[in-house]
Design a binder for this molecule. Structure first.
Ligand SMILES: C[S@@+](CC[C@H](N)C(=O)[O-])C[C@H]1O[C@@H](n2cnc3c(N)ncnc32)[C@H](O)[C@@H]1O
Length: 264
């Protein structure tokens, strides 16, 4: 048992919350966030069996998957930033990072509030630890499964983040992330037909210094690079699936890699 579990925060007012996910809550109804993943849960989670398994979930945001994984029989420990830590913002020269960091902190408080609001209404037993993913405490424990859902693209060092998280993971890792636009489906089909030729483990750099955009996304990760990184960390037999999920009314392409510990 670690000393660092966050005390559940009593949040009674929806106005104090920022919802990242659209969710159905008892006594409240539907709260709306930009991502409506309600019909895509199993695709997003790679269809893994969660019954009786412990899960480490870095970056739960409003906790939609925390609570869905619990519903599927898992015991979840969520790990997220609070307003005490800093986002890995992109340090565009000429931009005052302190303004952005201040906004992110305020936003993070409201996102954490949404987690606790849902946690209470759903009667969740999930635990939360706050911190930066690179500084995950050693005593957080060891888990059967780690879910890395749409977090790696926001991190300056996604490999370090994976290394930290997977040092606490016994069996299975699920990585779900945005499928880069250059990875359109016909190309995927080619990749599957001619493995080895097209399977370059590449990673795209998202920030554009001229446009000063995006503000919080570092990488366009291709599934191949995720698989190669996982391989270095002892996770193999990877399986990739592709799916679309609604974001602000558009259906965006995502990929999910499920891999299991084979070494270490
Ligand atoms: C895009 S949301 C993903 C939410 C959810 N996992 C999903 O798949 O729908 C990114 C999450 O990663 C968290 N995050 C971003 N940078 C982080 C960092 N450096 N350390 C820990 N968590 C971080 C955010 O606070 C947020 O909860």
């Amino acid at each position: 048992m670690i000393r660092g579990y966050a005390a559940p925060r009593l949040v009674e007012n929806l106005d104090e919350c920022c919802f990242y996910h659209t969710m159905d809550l008892p006594g409240v109804g539907t709260v709306h966030g930009p991502w409506d993943l309600r019909r895509g849960v199993d695709d997003y989670l790679g269809h893994i069996d969660l019954r009786g398994r412990t899960v480490l979930e870095p970056g739960p945001a409003s906790g939609f998957f925390t609570f869905e994984m619990e519903r599927r029989g898992a015991e979840v420990t969520a790990y997220d930033l609070s307003e005490e830590q800093e986002w890995d913002i992109i340090p565009y020269a000429g931009r005052d990072a302190s303004i952005e960091l201040g906004e992110m902190r305020a936003q993070m408080r409201r996102i954490n509030n949404s987690f606790w609001f849902c946690h209470r209404l759903l009667g969740s037993k999930a635990r939360m630890v706050h911190g930066h993913v690179y500084e995950m405490p050693d005593d957080i424990g060891t888990f059967d499964v780690c879910l890395l859902g749409s977090i790696l693209l926001h991190l300056r060092d996604p490999f370090l983040a994976m290394q930290k998280c997977l040092s606490h993971t016994r069996e299975t890792v699920v990585v779900t992330d945005m499928l880069p636009r250059s990875d359109l489906l016909p190309a995927n089909a080619l990749r599957r037909l001619v493995p080895g030729v097209f399977r370059q483990p590449s990673i795209g750099f998202a920030p554009d210094g001229e446009l000063m955009r995006p503000t919080d996304t570092w990488w366009k990760l291709h599934p191949e690079v995720v698989i190669r990184m996982l391989g270095v960390l002892g996770f193999g037999n990877a399986r990739v699936t592709y799916h679309r999920q609604p974001y602000r009314g558009r259906r965006l392409r995502l990929f999910t890699v499920v891999a299991n510990r084979v070494r270490g």
